[in-house]
Design a protein around this ligand. Structure first.
Ligand code: PXP
Length: 243
């Protein structure tokens, strides 16, 4: 069954807008995570950035203790964050680009260009019992590199698809790239997730052409919708669409 991981970074973004550096304040990303779980989300995703722009160290510790589904920690391949992850032991880490040189022209992680370093991180995470995903563009070179680096998952970057959704020809081309990347990944033994820019409108056409997806990681559209209908309802609406 297709799973939903809710990205709660934006909840922390709102808190930090008022309470930056204070170690307290609302809204609380952990409370939001618990609401998402109670509404049926299969996991919680949080990005502990090197610049701590939204999620803070204390948030990921509290999430690890309090959530009962699975924690997916998004992170850069940076030694400081790697050490935090090894101690925290999330169920998954998703390695994402934060610095210019780690980013491909299409916005995903440049696995091919950082193969040796990423291979080492995969080994360290796997030895600690943490499964690894790479957030990559639907690019055959990056998919092949992910398999070479030994990750268990890839997360296909759907940002380009979401951006061009209103333009039929470009949308079709993006869907074709996503479907081809997912098939290539599956044939290489990788499990395939997707995320970035997904909403209740663009998810159905994606699922129609990429049926092998295991999990969608969605933040912005759910948190935005929650301002109008509440978080539990926003999560349930997304789950209904995914069904
Ligand atoms: N997956 C990854 C790896 C991301 O970095 C993000 C954005 O933080 C998301 C999914 C969620 O994207 P959005 O907030 O656009 O739904």
């Amino acid at each position: 069954m297709l799973k939903l991981g809710v990205n709660i970074d934006h909840v922390a973004t709102v808190r930090e807008a008022r309470y930056r550096g204070r170690g307290f304040g609302e809204p609380c990303p952990v409370d939001a995570a618990l609401t998402c779980e109670a509404a049926g989300a299969h996991g919680i995703t949080a990005h502990l950035r090197e610049d701590r722009r939204h999620i803070q160290d204390a948030d990921v510790v509290a999430l690890r203790k309090k959530i009962s589904t699975r924690l997916n920690l998004e992170m850069a391949n940076a030694e400081e964050i790697i050490r935090i992850a090894l101690k925290l032991k999330p169920n998954f880490v998703c390695l994402v680009p934060e610095r210019r040189q780690e980013i491909t022209t299409e916005g995903g992680l440049d696995v091919a260009g950082n193969l040796a370093a990423l291979k080492r991180t995969v080994r360290r995470m796997n030895e600690a019992g943490i499964a690894v995903s790479f957030f990559i563009a639907p690019d055959p070179i990056q998919v092949a590199a992910a398999a070479m680096a030994g990750s268990q998952f890839i997360e296909l970057h759907t940002g380009a698809y979401a951006e061009c959704f209103g333009k039929a020809r470009e949308r079709k081309a993006e869907l074709k790239r996503l479907a081809a990347a997912a098939t290539q990944a599956r044939d290489l033994g990788l499990k395939v997730n997707a995320g970035h820019g997904l909403n209740t409108t663009n998810v159905p056409p994606l699922l129609a052409v990429v049926p092998q997806l295991i999990e969608l990681n969605i933040g912005h559209s759910i948190i935005s919708r929650s301002l109008t209908v509440g978080l539990a309802k926003a999560v349930k609406e997304m789950l209904a669409v995914m069904k």
